[in-house]
Design a protein around this ligand. Structure first.
Ligand SMILES: [Fe+2]
Length: 460
């Protein structure tokens, strides 16, 4: 830290004191925006990594009511670490400005369009579309464009091509360069299948009628299908009326998986009955002859009893195999440990693959810790131990330039270190997964547990 320069921004009030797990420990928000340069590095940062390792999560502004605060609703905060030629050039964190919190942050409202009821809050994922950086969110929210340095610019309809809200989980098809996305919006009784081209422009491929508004957090695709997760968590106006999180478990809903031809031809849409569970994240999916394979993190229930966050039993990794001839679905367990935030080599999206990566999440998806590497072909699960007092977050795979093997590259992850109440970024050789990191970069502040991140390489 001796060479770091800290620029403190105006502080906001910390959360109220009554207990809510999502306002405590490293779930608690940070109150300042920080900029630090030339961060200390232990080990050696691969010189070819030139770009930003970005991450985003909720970071509520001002006092919250612990009785009703839900982890998914906090104001977005982006975190970024820029690497260049073996140096850790800067770390910065920035609030994503939304209409509700702009006054408390002392900022003007952002210009640009609005959509849905979230007031422009975007807190779930941070990605590149068409060479621009966006904070993104589901349930009707628009992407919020950010500068390279993570300052909020404006909500965006992607140059007028996005007629409604977006999603937090578009999936990139390395064979076409397109993103595939499933969007939904309370109040609009439809789910949309949307693609985004390399220029960052959206196209609605199909509007899928639905009699309810399911929470569709993630999607996946195969060579033939876009996959729709219609599971028993849906928008409930009565919950909204009580002032709480407006999505709840519905035992009366039949869980189902939609297989929509990628052409968007609704006459080809098939619904397959799924096990009773909730799935936030699909690791990957692919066609296997007359079957469709999906590897998912399965939660036993969601938002049935715990309305402050996603904690209703141990989430674990399973493979679903859908038989297109019979319409049946079979399940095998890939790893029974509590885990979440599955990632893999994005170049394999929609195709058969061998390696995935997750973070340990404990029995209630709050006890983050080590990270795992799953060989889904051989059934071998390796663990990279976080170390005492350290909790790792979503492991992001970055392919080595020119690498041939699927796991030839690095895993990068933010790590909360309770020993110094601050965070590190670690870079791990994905082929030497259990070994110590090749580089550990110490950040001057902590990065709260949040949702998702990505490595965004600078343009060549
Ligand atoms: Fe997610």
């Amino acid at each position: 830290m001796s060479t770091a320069e800290l620029l403190e921004r105006p502080a906001v009030q910390p959360a109220a004191a009554r207990y809510n797990p999502y306002l405590e420990g490293n779930f608690a928000p940070v109150v300042s925006e920080t900029t630090a340069f030339d961060l200390p590095v232990k080990g050696r940062i691969p010189e070819e990594l030139i770009g930003r390792f970005l991450r985003i999560g909720p970071n509520p502004v001002g006092p919250q009511d612990p009785a009703t605060y839900h982890w998914f609703t906090g104001t977005g905060m982006a975190h970024g670490l820029r690497l260049n030629g073996g140096r850790a050039e800067w770390y910065r964190n920035r609030f994503i400005v939304n209409d509700h919190d702009a006054p408390a942050l002392g900022r003007p409202n952002l210009p640009g369009p609005r959509n849905g009821f979230g007031g422009g809050n975007a807190n779930t994922n941070i990605i590149d579309m068409g060479g621009r950086t966006f904070a993104i969110v589901e349930a009707g929210g628009l992407p919020v464009e950010l500068t390279y340095g993570l300052e909020s610019v404006a909500p965006s309809r992607l140059d007028g091509t996005l007629p409604h809200g977006f999603t937090a989980h578009p999936k990139v098809d390395s064979l076409t360069g397109e993103l595939h996305a499933l969007t939904y919006q309370p109040g609009l009784q439809a789910i949309s299948y949307v693609t985004v081209d390399k220029a960052g422009h959206a196209r609605v491929v199909a509007d899928i009628p639905a009699p309810h508004c399911p929470m569709i957090h993630d999607t996946a695709f195969t060579a033939r299908f876009a996959i729709i997760l219609d599971l028993p968590v849906h928008f409930d106006m009565t919950l909204l009326g009580k002032g709480g999180f407006p999505f709840g478990w519905d035992d009366k809903m039949t869980p189902r998986i939609g297989l929509l031809p990628r052409s968007g031809d609704l006459t080809g849409l098939r619904w397959i009955e799924a096990p009773s569970c909730y799935v936030f994240h699909v690791m990957n999916a692919f066609d296997d002859g007359d079957q469709v394979v999906m590897d998912v993190v399965r939660h036993p229930k969601m938002f049935a009893n715990e309305m402050r966050g996603p904690s209703e039993g141990r989430p674990y990794l399973v493979r679903w195999r859908i038989d297109l001839a019979t319409g049946g679905l079979s399940e095998t367990t890939l790893d029974e440990r509590g885990l979440e935030f599955p990632r893999f080599n994005d170049a394999r999206a929609g195709q058969s693959y061998r390696f995935g990566y997750t973070v340990a999440a404990g029995e209630v998806m709050q006890e983050f810790g080590s990270i795992h590497k799953h060989d889904v072909e051989k059934g071998v699960n390796l663990t990279h131990e976080a170390g005492a007092g350290r909790q790792m977050l979503e492991p992001v795979f970055i392919a080595r330039d020119g690498g041939a093997a699927e796991d030839d590259g690095w895993i990068m992850a933010y790590v909360y270190d309770a020993n110094r109440d601050a965070s590190d970024v670690v870079i791990i050789d994905a082929q030497d997964f259990e070994a110590p990191p090749v580089a550990t970069i110490a950040l001057p502040v902590r990065v709260p547990f949040g949702f998702h991140g990505n490595w965004i390489a600078d343009p060549a």
